[in-house]
Design a protein. Structure first.
Length: 374
């Protein structure tokens, strides 16, 4: 089939395009229009047209002839004298054009899988979350076998080339189609894509390359860490099978709540109960902080809902060393619900001095009867 369209237009490249640009355009169009993946009735003819244009423009001599004389310079059609895929000698060459030939085959060989990630739940006190700490944790995990160093092979023996895939790590199955030979590539089931097999498995790990054992690690808890934060320890998870890389260990931190303080990011809050006289006359009281109790002065005339801020007494910033939040003391004036006789007399005297009229004291049942009939 010889097309009458311009080869450059078919590939969508300018006449001055370089070899790499032409190859990229061909790959993209071939993947889009290959009849095995495109069900459009015109896909077969379109694919042949794309292939014909590429064969001419990818060959320096044919391209020079085409640029000078058009299709007449290449014998009236770039497809003459080519195999089922033009200048390619079968699907293997076309596959190599997409994935880089022999180098691509090596790159596709599967690597040993990585080990699983692990999670460890660590509980710390409120004080440890503020000042930081160092903890030793213990957990069970699949670790690299010391006998075979993770290879899975018995010491003194070695792995050999997989006989099923001949060390390629993949199996190619060829089938014929109307466009030529098509190849289906799958991971080798015997070597699992590694290209080699262990003939004599390690007696300790049975060829797995790892063994379940307990591990101990020292974990540094940074100051300012909060509930729900996770620390990732790279490479401290389970070892990968057959020498594969280790996964990660994620330490999930859980902080015990403080009995009196509340935390919001780097800020701490405390509700301070005060009596009427403490709020009116002033006082010195002790309040809890992250480091223990501290004495605070309450000024005379402090109002309910007032806030006293202690700078730098909050939580250290997790990612900004030297920066720390504040402790917010929220005043709650408590009104007594029951008064002694003396307390009432003093408050009534205070009300009289202030020109206030307190509510009348409720009497007994006889007073209520008198009020009803009067």
């Amino acid at each position: 089939m010889a097309t009458t369209r311009d080869y450059y237009d078919i590939l969508g490249v300018p006449r001055g395009a370089g070899d790499a640009e032409i190859k990229r355009a061909f790959r993209k169009l071939a993947q889009q229009w290959h009849p095995d993946v495109n069900t459009d009735p015109s896909a077969q003819e379109r694919f042949k047209e794309i292939n014909e244009a590429y064969q001419v423009l990818s060959d320096p001599q044919q391209r020079r002839a085409y640029d000078m004389f058009g299709q007449a310079g290449v014998g009236g059609g770039g497809a003459e004298g080519f195999g089922p895929f033009g200048g390619f000698q079968g699907f293997g060459d076309l596959f190599d054009a997409f994935f880089g030939g022999a180098a691509g085959t090596q790159a596709r060989r599967a690597r040993p899988p990585a080990g699983s990630d692990l999670r460890y739940d660590l509980r710390i006190t409120f004080e440890e979350s503020i000042r930081g700490a160092e903890k030793e944790i213990e957990f069970s995990a699949l670790d690299r076998c010391a006998t075979c160093s993770g290879t899975g092979a018995e010491p003194g023996s070695a792995s050999t080339r997989c006989p099923q895939c001949n060390g390629q790590g993949e199996i190619r199955q060829v089938r014929s189609t109307m466009l030529g030979q098509m190849v289906n590539v799958t991971v080798c089931p015997r070597c699992r894509g590694e290209g080699s097999v262990v003939e004599t498995p390690c007696h300790d790990c049975r060829g797995e390359g790892r063994i379940q054992r307990k591990r101990k690690l020292r974990v540094v808890i940074p100051p300012g860490i909060d509930e729900g934060h996770q620390m990732r320890l790279t490479g401290e998870g389970e070892a990968g099978p057959r020498g594969g890389p280790a996964g990660n260990l994620y330490v999930a931190v859980h902080v015990e709540p403080h009995p009196a303080l509340r935390r919001d990011a780097t800020e701490l809050f405390y509700d301070l109960p005060l009596s009427i006289t403490q709020a009116a006359l002033g006082a010195r009281v002790r309040v809890p902080t992250a480091e223990g109790e501290e004495e605070v002065e309450i000024k005379a005339g402090t109002q309910p809902g007032a806030e006293i801020r202690l700078r730098g007494k909050g939580v250290p910033h997790l990612r900004r060393p030297g920066v720390r939040g504040d402790l917010h003391i929220l005043v709650e004036v408590q009104v007594p619900t029951r008064l002694s006789k003396r307390q009432r007399e003093l408050l009534e005297a205070l009300a009289a001095e202030s020109g206030e009229r307190p509510a009348p004291k409720s009497g007994g049942i006889l007073d209520k009867v008198k009020d009803a009939i009067s």
